[in-house]
Design a protein around this ligand. Sequence first.
Ligand code: MG
Length: 499
Amino acid sequence: MVFENPLIKDILEKYRVIWALGHAMALMGWDSETYMPREGVKDRAVARAELALLQQQLLLKPELVELVEKADKIENLNDYEKGVVRVLKRSIRIAKALPPWLVAERAKVTQEAMVVWREAKARNNFELFKPYLEKIFDLSRKTADYLGWEKHPYDALLDLYEEGLKTEDVDKILGFLKNNLKQIIDKVLSEGRFPREHPLEKIQYDVRKMELVNQKILEILNYPMGTRGRLDTSAHPFTIDMGINDVRITTRYEGVDFKRTMFSVIHEFGHALYQLQIDPSLAYTPIGEGVSLGVHEGQSRFWENIIGRSREFVELIYPVLREHLDFIKQYTPDDLYYYFNTVKPSFIRVDADEVTYNIHILLRTELEKQALTGEVKIPDLPELWNDYMEKLLGIKPRTYSEGILQDIHWSMGSIGYFPTYTLGNIIAASMRYAMENEIKLKEKIANSEFKIIQDWQRSKIHRYGSTYPPKVLLRKAIGVDYEPEHLIKYLSEKYLSAP
Ligand code: MG
Protein backbone atom coordinates (compact mmCIF):
# COMPACT_ATOMS: atom_id res chain seq x y z
CA MET A 1 0.00 0.00 0.00
CA VAL A 2 1.20 3.47 -0.90
CA PHE A 3 -0.70 5.27 1.85
CA GLU A 4 -0.54 3.68 5.29
CA ASN A 5 -0.58 6.45 7.84
CA PRO A 6 -4.14 6.75 9.27
CA LEU A 7 -3.99 10.53 9.37
CA ILE A 8 -3.02 10.65 5.68
CA LYS A 9 -5.81 8.21 4.88
CA ASP A 10 -8.20 10.51 6.68
CA ILE A 11 -6.95 13.49 4.66
CA LEU A 12 -7.34 11.58 1.39
CA GLU A 13 -10.86 10.58 2.33
CA LYS A 14 -11.75 14.25 2.77
CA TYR A 15 -9.88 15.19 -0.39
CA ARG A 16 -11.94 12.93 -2.67
CA VAL A 17 -14.77 15.42 -3.10
CA ILE A 18 -12.26 18.15 -4.04
CA TRP A 19 -10.86 15.76 -6.63
CA ALA A 20 -14.37 15.00 -7.87
CA LEU A 21 -15.09 18.69 -8.40
CA GLY A 22 -11.83 18.97 -10.34
CA HIS A 23 -12.90 16.00 -12.43
CA ALA A 24 -16.24 17.64 -13.25
CA MET A 25 -14.65 20.99 -14.05
CA ALA A 26 -12.11 19.36 -16.35
CA LEU A 27 -14.85 17.59 -18.26
CA MET A 28 -16.82 20.83 -18.48
CA GLY A 29 -13.70 22.61 -19.73
CA TRP A 30 -13.08 19.98 -22.38
CA ASP A 31 -16.68 20.20 -23.51
CA SER A 32 -16.51 24.02 -23.74
CA GLU A 33 -13.61 23.78 -26.18
CA THR A 34 -14.95 20.95 -28.31
CA TYR A 35 -18.67 20.27 -28.65
CA MET A 36 -20.60 22.80 -26.57
CA PRO A 37 -23.02 24.94 -28.58
CA ARG A 38 -21.70 28.51 -28.72
CA GLU A 39 -24.34 30.13 -26.55
CA GLY A 40 -23.71 27.70 -23.73
CA VAL A 41 -20.64 29.72 -22.85
CA LYS A 42 -22.25 32.07 -20.32
CA ASP A 43 -23.93 29.41 -18.18
CA ARG A 44 -20.80 27.29 -18.33
CA ALA A 45 -18.69 30.17 -17.03
CA VAL A 46 -21.11 30.70 -14.12
CA ALA A 47 -21.17 26.99 -13.28
CA ARG A 48 -17.40 26.66 -13.39
CA ALA A 49 -16.85 29.73 -11.24
CA GLU A 50 -19.31 28.39 -8.63
CA LEU A 51 -17.62 25.00 -8.55
CA ALA A 52 -14.17 26.58 -8.30
CA LEU A 53 -15.37 28.60 -5.33
CA LEU A 54 -16.81 25.51 -3.69
CA GLN A 55 -13.55 23.66 -4.26
CA GLN A 56 -11.68 26.49 -2.56
CA GLN A 57 -14.05 26.45 0.43
CA LEU A 58 -13.61 22.71 0.85
CA LEU A 59 -9.84 23.07 0.70
CA LEU A 60 -9.90 25.72 3.44
CA LYS A 61 -12.32 23.87 5.74
CA PRO A 62 -10.78 23.98 9.23
CA GLU A 63 -10.96 20.17 9.68
CA LEU A 64 -8.89 19.55 6.56
CA VAL A 65 -6.44 22.38 7.29
CA GLU A 66 -5.93 21.04 10.84
CA LEU A 67 -5.34 17.50 9.61
CA VAL A 68 -2.74 18.73 7.14
CA GLU A 69 -1.00 20.77 9.87
CA LYS A 70 -0.98 17.74 12.13
CA ALA A 71 0.34 15.45 9.38
CA ASP A 72 3.10 17.95 8.68
CA LYS A 73 4.53 17.20 12.15
CA ILE A 74 4.68 13.43 11.71
CA GLU A 75 8.22 12.24 11.18
CA ASN A 76 7.98 8.77 9.64
CA LEU A 77 5.81 9.43 6.57
CA ASN A 78 6.82 7.73 3.34
CA ASP A 79 7.61 9.79 0.23
CA TYR A 80 4.07 9.59 -1.16
CA GLU A 81 2.57 10.66 2.14
CA LYS A 82 5.04 13.53 2.40
CA GLY A 83 4.05 14.48 -1.14
CA VAL A 84 0.38 14.68 -0.15
CA VAL A 85 1.22 16.97 2.77
CA ARG A 86 3.55 19.16 0.67
CA VAL A 87 1.03 19.64 -2.15
CA LEU A 88 -1.91 20.36 0.15
CA LYS A 89 0.10 22.72 2.35
CA ARG A 90 1.11 24.62 -0.74
CA SER A 91 -2.48 24.85 -2.09
CA ILE A 92 -3.76 25.96 1.31
CA ARG A 93 -0.99 28.55 1.67
CA ILE A 94 -1.75 30.04 -1.75
CA ALA A 95 -5.51 30.01 -1.20
CA LYS A 96 -5.17 31.66 2.22
CA ALA A 97 -2.69 34.28 1.09
CA LEU A 98 -4.96 35.86 -1.51
CA PRO A 99 -7.82 37.99 -0.18
CA PRO A 100 -11.21 37.29 -1.76
CA TRP A 101 -11.45 40.81 -3.25
CA LEU A 102 -8.20 40.22 -5.15
CA VAL A 103 -9.32 36.85 -6.47
CA ALA A 104 -12.63 38.36 -7.59
CA GLU A 105 -10.97 41.41 -9.14
CA ARG A 106 -8.48 39.24 -11.04
CA ALA A 107 -11.28 37.04 -12.35
CA LYS A 108 -13.29 40.06 -13.49
CA VAL A 109 -10.41 41.94 -15.10
CA THR A 110 -8.99 38.93 -16.94
CA GLN A 111 -12.39 37.84 -18.21
CA GLU A 112 -12.87 41.28 -19.79
CA ALA A 113 -9.24 41.53 -20.82
CA MET A 114 -9.37 38.32 -22.85
CA VAL A 115 -12.27 39.66 -24.89
CA VAL A 116 -10.59 43.05 -25.39
CA TRP A 117 -7.26 41.40 -26.22
CA ARG A 118 -8.90 39.42 -29.02
CA GLU A 119 -10.35 42.56 -30.52
CA ALA A 120 -7.15 44.56 -30.00
CA LYS A 121 -5.14 41.86 -31.76
CA ALA A 122 -7.59 41.62 -34.66
CA ARG A 123 -7.58 45.42 -35.07
CA ASN A 124 -3.87 45.88 -34.36
CA ASN A 125 -4.75 48.37 -31.63
CA PHE A 126 -2.55 48.39 -28.53
CA GLU A 127 -4.31 51.43 -27.00
CA LEU A 128 -7.42 49.31 -26.57
CA PHE A 129 -5.58 46.68 -24.54
CA LYS A 130 -3.24 49.03 -22.68
CA PRO A 131 -5.49 49.90 -19.68
CA TYR A 132 -6.19 46.21 -19.12
CA LEU A 133 -2.53 45.30 -19.29
CA GLU A 134 -1.81 48.04 -16.74
CA LYS A 135 -4.46 46.64 -14.42
CA ILE A 136 -3.20 43.10 -14.90
CA PHE A 137 0.40 43.98 -14.01
CA ASP A 138 -0.86 46.00 -11.06
CA LEU A 139 -2.96 43.06 -9.80
CA SER A 140 -0.05 40.69 -10.42
CA ARG A 141 2.22 42.86 -8.31
CA LYS A 142 -0.40 42.81 -5.53
CA THR A 143 -0.73 39.05 -5.92
CA ALA A 144 3.03 38.67 -5.54
CA ASP A 145 3.01 40.87 -2.43
CA TYR A 146 0.22 38.87 -0.79
CA LEU A 147 1.91 35.58 -1.66
CA GLY A 148 5.17 36.92 -0.26
CA TRP A 149 8.66 37.10 -1.73
CA GLU A 150 12.19 37.78 -0.61
CA LYS A 151 14.44 38.84 -3.46
CA HIS A 152 12.12 39.60 -6.37
CA PRO A 153 8.32 39.88 -6.68
CA TYR A 154 8.55 37.71 -9.82
CA ASP A 155 9.61 34.81 -7.53
CA ALA A 156 6.11 34.60 -6.09
CA LEU A 157 4.52 34.37 -9.54
CA LEU A 158 7.03 31.89 -10.98
CA ASP A 159 6.32 29.57 -8.07
CA LEU A 160 2.63 29.37 -9.05
CA TYR A 161 3.61 27.56 -12.27
CA GLU A 162 6.86 25.90 -11.29
CA GLU A 163 7.08 25.13 -7.60
CA GLY A 164 10.23 26.62 -6.09
CA LEU A 165 11.47 28.37 -9.25
CA LYS A 166 13.26 31.65 -8.53
CA THR A 167 14.03 34.69 -10.64
CA GLU A 168 17.74 34.06 -10.13
CA ASP A 169 17.33 30.52 -11.58
CA VAL A 170 15.56 31.96 -14.58
CA ASP A 171 18.12 34.75 -15.05
CA LYS A 172 20.96 32.27 -14.94
CA ILE A 173 19.31 29.88 -17.40
CA LEU A 174 18.20 32.53 -19.85
CA GLY A 175 21.49 34.43 -19.61
CA PHE A 176 23.36 31.28 -20.58
CA LEU A 177 20.96 30.53 -23.42
CA LYS A 178 21.00 34.07 -24.78
CA ASN A 179 24.73 34.09 -25.53
CA ASN A 180 24.84 30.58 -26.89
CA LEU A 181 21.63 30.66 -28.92
CA LYS A 182 22.66 33.80 -30.74
CA GLN A 183 25.79 32.05 -31.99
CA ILE A 184 23.91 28.92 -33.04
CA ILE A 185 21.22 30.88 -34.85
CA ASP A 186 23.75 32.97 -36.78
CA LYS A 187 25.66 29.87 -37.79
CA VAL A 188 22.64 27.80 -38.84
CA LEU A 189 21.34 30.68 -40.94
CA SER A 190 24.66 31.37 -42.62
CA GLU A 191 25.30 27.69 -43.36
CA GLY A 192 21.86 27.38 -44.94
CA ARG A 193 21.68 23.60 -44.66
CA PHE A 194 18.38 23.89 -42.78
CA PRO A 195 16.06 25.85 -45.06
CA ARG A 196 14.09 28.89 -43.93
CA GLU A 197 11.07 27.75 -45.88
CA HIS A 198 9.84 24.61 -47.58
CA PRO A 199 7.42 24.07 -50.49
CA LEU A 200 5.36 21.64 -48.35
CA GLU A 201 4.32 24.58 -46.15
CA LYS A 202 2.10 25.76 -49.00
CA ILE A 203 0.54 22.41 -49.85
CA GLN A 204 -3.07 21.84 -48.88
CA TYR A 205 -4.24 18.55 -47.48
CA ASP A 206 -7.53 16.74 -47.16
CA VAL A 207 -8.60 17.08 -43.51
CA ARG A 208 -10.19 13.63 -43.36
CA LYS A 209 -7.02 11.99 -44.65
CA MET A 210 -4.94 14.00 -42.20
CA GLU A 211 -7.16 12.80 -39.35
CA LEU A 212 -6.27 9.27 -40.35
CA VAL A 213 -2.57 10.14 -40.36
CA ASN A 214 -2.83 11.63 -36.87
CA GLN A 215 -4.68 8.57 -35.60
CA LYS A 216 -2.14 6.26 -37.18
CA ILE A 217 0.75 8.15 -35.56
CA LEU A 218 -0.97 7.99 -32.17
CA GLU A 219 -1.35 4.25 -32.70
CA ILE A 220 2.38 3.92 -33.43
CA LEU A 221 3.02 5.85 -30.19
CA ASN A 222 0.74 3.50 -28.18
CA TYR A 223 -1.83 6.16 -27.26
CA PRO A 224 -4.78 4.23 -25.79
CA MET A 225 -7.33 5.67 -28.19
CA GLY A 226 -10.91 4.95 -27.17
CA THR A 227 -9.96 3.09 -24.00
CA ARG A 228 -8.26 5.83 -22.00
CA GLY A 229 -8.02 8.65 -24.51
CA ARG A 230 -9.62 10.60 -27.35
CA LEU A 231 -8.55 12.91 -30.14
CA ASP A 232 -10.89 15.79 -30.96
CA THR A 233 -10.73 19.15 -32.70
CA SER A 234 -10.56 22.55 -30.98
CA ALA A 235 -9.50 26.11 -31.80
CA HIS A 236 -6.30 25.68 -29.76
CA PRO A 237 -4.78 22.25 -29.19
CA PHE A 238 -4.68 21.10 -25.56
CA THR A 239 -4.53 18.07 -23.27
CA ILE A 240 -6.92 17.59 -20.39
CA ASP A 241 -7.31 14.80 -17.89
CA MET A 242 -10.33 13.71 -15.93
CA GLY A 243 -8.07 11.48 -13.85
CA ILE A 244 -5.57 8.79 -14.75
CA ASN A 245 -7.83 6.77 -17.05
CA ASP A 246 -9.38 9.49 -19.16
CA VAL A 247 -6.77 11.73 -20.75
CA ARG A 248 -7.90 13.54 -23.88
CA ILE A 249 -6.07 15.54 -26.50
CA THR A 250 -7.16 17.90 -29.26
CA THR A 251 -5.66 19.33 -32.40
CA ARG A 252 -6.74 21.69 -35.17
CA TYR A 253 -6.64 21.41 -38.93
CA GLU A 254 -5.50 24.48 -40.87
CA GLY A 255 -5.94 22.60 -44.17
CA VAL A 256 -2.42 23.52 -45.26
CA ASP A 257 1.14 22.78 -44.03
CA PHE A 258 0.40 19.39 -42.49
CA LYS A 259 3.29 19.39 -40.02
CA ARG A 260 1.40 21.92 -37.89
CA THR A 261 -1.44 19.59 -36.96
CA MET A 262 0.86 16.55 -36.86
CA PHE A 263 3.31 18.10 -34.39
CA SER A 264 0.55 19.53 -32.25
CA VAL A 265 -0.81 15.98 -31.92
CA ILE A 266 2.61 14.58 -31.00
CA HIS A 267 3.14 17.45 -28.52
CA GLU A 268 -0.18 16.88 -26.78
CA PHE A 269 0.48 13.14 -26.81
CA GLY A 270 3.61 13.86 -24.74
CA HIS A 271 1.52 15.73 -22.16
CA ALA A 272 -1.10 12.97 -22.13
CA LEU A 273 1.47 10.22 -21.64
CA TYR A 274 2.67 11.86 -18.41
CA GLN A 275 -0.81 11.67 -16.94
CA LEU A 276 -1.53 8.19 -18.33
CA GLN A 277 1.58 6.76 -16.71
CA ILE A 278 1.03 8.04 -13.19
CA ASP A 279 0.87 5.22 -10.65
CA PRO A 280 -2.83 4.20 -10.44
CA SER A 281 -2.65 4.10 -6.64
CA LEU A 282 -2.24 7.90 -6.68
CA ALA A 283 -5.72 8.31 -8.24
CA TYR A 284 -8.12 10.71 -6.45
CA THR A 285 -5.25 12.18 -4.43
CA PRO A 286 -3.56 15.61 -4.58
CA ILE A 287 -0.42 13.99 -6.04
CA GLY A 288 -2.14 12.20 -8.95
CA GLU A 289 -1.14 14.98 -11.38
CA GLY A 290 1.97 16.10 -13.23
CA VAL A 291 4.13 18.10 -10.84
CA SER A 292 4.66 21.37 -12.73
CA LEU A 293 4.26 23.11 -16.06
CA GLY A 294 7.98 22.88 -16.82
CA VAL A 295 8.18 19.14 -16.20
CA HIS A 296 4.96 18.68 -18.19
CA GLU A 297 6.29 20.70 -21.11
CA GLY A 298 9.47 18.64 -20.92
CA GLN A 299 7.43 15.54 -21.73
CA SER A 300 5.56 17.16 -24.63
CA ARG A 301 8.66 18.76 -26.14
CA PHE A 302 10.52 15.49 -25.82
CA TRP A 303 7.96 13.73 -28.03
CA GLU A 304 7.41 16.63 -30.38
CA ASN A 305 11.01 17.70 -30.97
CA ILE A 306 13.48 15.10 -29.77
CA ILE A 307 11.51 12.18 -31.17
CA GLY A 308 9.08 13.70 -33.68
CA ARG A 309 11.62 15.83 -35.52
CA SER A 310 14.39 13.20 -35.57
CA ARG A 311 15.61 11.48 -38.73
CA GLU A 312 14.71 8.09 -37.28
CA PHE A 313 11.11 9.12 -36.71
CA VAL A 314 10.76 10.64 -40.18
CA GLU A 315 11.93 7.35 -41.73
CA LEU A 316 9.53 5.42 -39.54
CA ILE A 317 6.38 7.38 -40.37
CA TYR A 318 7.24 8.02 -44.01
CA PRO A 319 5.19 5.01 -45.28
CA VAL A 320 2.15 6.20 -43.30
CA LEU A 321 2.38 9.71 -44.74
CA ARG A 322 2.89 8.32 -48.24
CA GLU A 323 -0.10 6.03 -47.95
CA HIS A 324 -2.55 8.73 -46.90
CA LEU A 325 -1.25 11.98 -48.41
CA ASP A 326 -0.94 11.88 -52.22
CA PHE A 327 1.56 14.73 -52.48
CA ILE A 328 4.15 12.98 -50.32
CA LYS A 329 5.32 10.70 -53.12
CA GLN A 330 7.13 13.63 -54.70
CA TYR A 331 9.28 13.93 -51.60
CA THR A 332 11.91 11.72 -49.96
CA PRO A 333 12.25 11.13 -46.21
CA ASP A 334 15.24 13.49 -46.39
CA ASP A 335 13.01 16.24 -47.84
CA LEU A 336 10.54 15.70 -45.05
CA TYR A 337 13.29 15.92 -42.44
CA TYR A 338 14.18 19.41 -43.66
CA TYR A 339 10.50 20.37 -43.92
CA PHE A 340 10.05 19.37 -40.28
CA ASN A 341 13.18 21.30 -39.28
CA THR A 342 13.12 24.65 -41.06
CA VAL A 343 14.90 27.43 -39.16
CA LYS A 344 14.17 31.10 -39.50
CA PRO A 345 13.75 34.14 -37.26
CA SER A 346 10.03 34.79 -37.07
CA PHE A 347 7.68 37.07 -35.18
CA ILE A 348 5.23 34.54 -33.82
CA ARG A 349 6.31 32.39 -30.88
CA VAL A 350 3.94 29.49 -31.52
CA ASP A 351 5.29 29.13 -35.06
CA ALA A 352 8.94 29.31 -34.02
CA ASP A 353 11.37 26.45 -34.67
CA GLU A 354 13.42 24.74 -31.95
CA VAL A 355 16.46 26.93 -32.55
CA THR A 356 14.81 30.35 -32.29
CA TYR A 357 11.96 29.45 -29.93
CA ASN A 358 13.65 30.26 -26.64
CA ILE A 359 14.55 33.75 -27.81
CA HIS A 360 10.82 34.50 -27.74
CA ILE A 361 10.65 33.34 -24.13
CA LEU A 362 13.70 35.36 -23.19
CA LEU A 363 12.05 38.50 -24.50
CA ARG A 364 8.77 37.97 -22.67
CA THR A 365 10.47 37.07 -19.41
CA GLU A 366 12.64 40.18 -19.49
CA LEU A 367 9.63 42.43 -20.15
CA GLU A 368 7.47 40.73 -17.52
CA LYS A 369 10.09 41.22 -14.86
CA GLN A 370 10.57 44.88 -15.66
CA ALA A 371 6.85 45.63 -16.00
CA LEU A 372 6.17 43.92 -12.70
CA THR A 373 8.66 46.03 -10.77
CA GLY A 374 7.61 49.20 -12.60
CA GLU A 375 11.07 49.62 -14.15
CA VAL A 376 9.24 49.79 -17.46
CA LYS A 377 5.90 51.51 -17.93
CA ILE A 378 3.23 49.65 -19.86
CA PRO A 379 2.95 52.28 -22.65
CA ASP A 380 6.65 51.69 -23.39
CA LEU A 381 6.32 47.91 -23.70
CA PRO A 382 5.53 47.62 -27.44
CA GLU A 383 8.58 49.67 -28.42
CA LEU A 384 10.77 47.69 -26.06
CA TRP A 385 9.38 44.44 -27.46
CA ASN A 386 10.22 45.50 -31.01
CA ASP A 387 13.72 46.68 -30.14
CA TYR A 388 14.39 43.42 -28.37
CA MET A 389 13.23 41.37 -31.35
CA GLU A 390 15.49 43.34 -33.60
CA LYS A 391 18.46 42.96 -31.29
CA LEU A 392 18.00 39.24 -30.74
CA LEU A 393 16.55 37.93 -34.01
CA GLY A 394 17.31 40.74 -36.44
CA ILE A 395 13.68 41.36 -37.35
CA LYS A 396 11.33 44.12 -36.24
CA PRO A 397 7.55 43.59 -35.96
CA ARG A 398 5.57 45.89 -38.23
CA THR A 399 2.35 45.58 -36.26
CA TYR A 400 1.29 45.11 -32.64
CA SER A 401 -0.46 41.89 -33.65
CA GLU A 402 2.82 40.30 -34.69
CA GLY A 403 4.52 41.86 -31.68
CA ILE A 404 3.21 42.48 -28.19
CA LEU A 405 -0.41 41.47 -28.87
CA GLN A 406 0.30 37.97 -30.22
CA ASP A 407 -0.10 35.83 -27.08
CA ILE A 408 -3.17 35.31 -24.92
CA HIS A 409 -1.18 34.74 -21.68
CA TRP A 410 -0.99 38.29 -20.33
CA SER A 411 -4.70 38.88 -20.91
CA MET A 412 -5.33 35.81 -18.75
CA GLY A 413 -3.11 37.23 -16.02
CA SER A 414 -0.55 34.46 -16.53
CA ILE A 415 2.57 36.42 -15.63
CA GLY A 416 5.50 34.10 -14.85
CA TYR A 417 4.19 31.33 -17.06
CA PHE A 418 6.41 31.80 -20.15
CA PRO A 419 9.70 30.62 -18.58
CA THR A 420 8.18 27.14 -18.11
CA TYR A 421 8.22 26.69 -21.90
CA THR A 422 11.99 27.05 -21.91
CA LEU A 423 12.33 24.80 -18.88
CA GLY A 424 10.38 22.23 -20.91
CA ASN A 425 12.82 22.47 -23.82
CA ILE A 426 15.74 22.10 -21.42
CA ILE A 427 14.23 19.12 -19.61
CA ALA A 428 13.47 17.40 -22.94
CA ALA A 429 17.12 17.73 -24.01
CA SER A 430 18.34 16.41 -20.65
CA MET A 431 16.00 13.43 -20.92
CA ARG A 432 17.41 12.71 -24.35
CA TYR A 433 20.98 12.44 -23.07
CA ALA A 434 19.97 10.36 -20.07
CA MET A 435 18.06 7.97 -22.35
CA GLU A 436 20.78 7.84 -24.97
CA ASN A 437 23.12 6.51 -22.28
CA GLU A 438 20.70 4.13 -20.69
CA ILE A 439 18.55 2.71 -23.48
CA LYS A 440 20.07 3.77 -26.82
CA LEU A 441 17.27 6.15 -27.69
CA LYS A 442 17.92 6.54 -31.44
CA GLU A 443 17.91 2.81 -31.98
CA LYS A 444 14.62 2.50 -30.13
CA ILE A 445 12.98 5.19 -32.26
CA ALA A 446 14.24 3.59 -35.48
CA ASN A 447 12.82 0.21 -34.40
CA SER A 448 9.52 1.71 -33.25
CA GLU A 449 10.24 0.39 -29.74
CA PHE A 450 8.39 3.22 -28.06
CA LYS A 451 7.28 1.03 -25.21
CA ILE A 452 10.88 0.97 -23.93
CA ILE A 453 11.13 4.76 -24.09
CA GLN A 454 7.79 5.11 -22.35
CA ASP A 455 8.77 2.65 -19.64
CA TRP A 456 11.85 4.75 -18.99
CA GLN A 457 9.69 7.86 -18.60
CA ARG A 458 7.18 6.01 -16.45
CA SER A 459 9.67 4.52 -14.05
CA LYS A 460 11.84 7.66 -13.70
CA ILE A 461 9.32 10.48 -13.86
CA HIS A 462 5.67 9.82 -14.65
CA ARG A 463 4.69 7.30 -12.03
CA TYR A 464 5.46 9.69 -9.17
CA GLY A 465 2.90 12.33 -10.18
CA SER A 466 3.54 15.24 -7.79
CA THR A 467 5.19 13.13 -5.08
CA TYR A 468 8.44 15.12 -5.32
CA PRO A 469 8.96 18.83 -6.04
CA PRO A 470 10.17 19.45 -9.63
CA LYS A 471 13.88 19.89 -8.90
CA VAL A 472 14.03 16.85 -6.63
CA LEU A 473 12.21 14.70 -9.16
CA LEU A 474 14.48 15.81 -12.01
CA ARG A 475 17.66 15.19 -10.03
CA LYS A 476 16.44 11.70 -9.17
CA ALA A 477 15.49 10.97 -12.77
CA ILE A 478 18.21 12.59 -14.85
CA GLY A 479 20.87 13.66 -12.36
CA VAL A 480 20.37 17.41 -12.94
CA ASP A 481 17.44 19.81 -12.62
CA TYR A 482 17.35 22.62 -15.18
CA GLU A 483 20.57 22.27 -17.18
CA PRO A 484 20.57 24.66 -20.17
CA GLU A 485 23.88 23.24 -21.42
CA HIS A 486 22.01 20.12 -22.51
CA LEU A 487 19.72 22.16 -24.73
CA ILE A 488 22.67 23.97 -26.31
CA LYS A 489 24.49 20.68 -26.80
CA TYR A 490 21.43 19.11 -28.42
CA LEU A 491 20.84 22.04 -30.77
CA SER A 492 24.53 22.25 -31.71
CA GLU A 493 24.72 18.55 -32.46
CA LYS A 494 21.54 18.52 -34.49
CA TYR A 495 21.87 21.77 -36.39
CA LEU A 496 25.60 22.39 -36.63
CA SER A 497 27.54 19.16 -36.79
CA ALA A 498 25.45 16.23 -38.01
CA PRO A 499 25.38 15.68 -41.80
MG1 MG B 1 2.42 22.20 -24.03
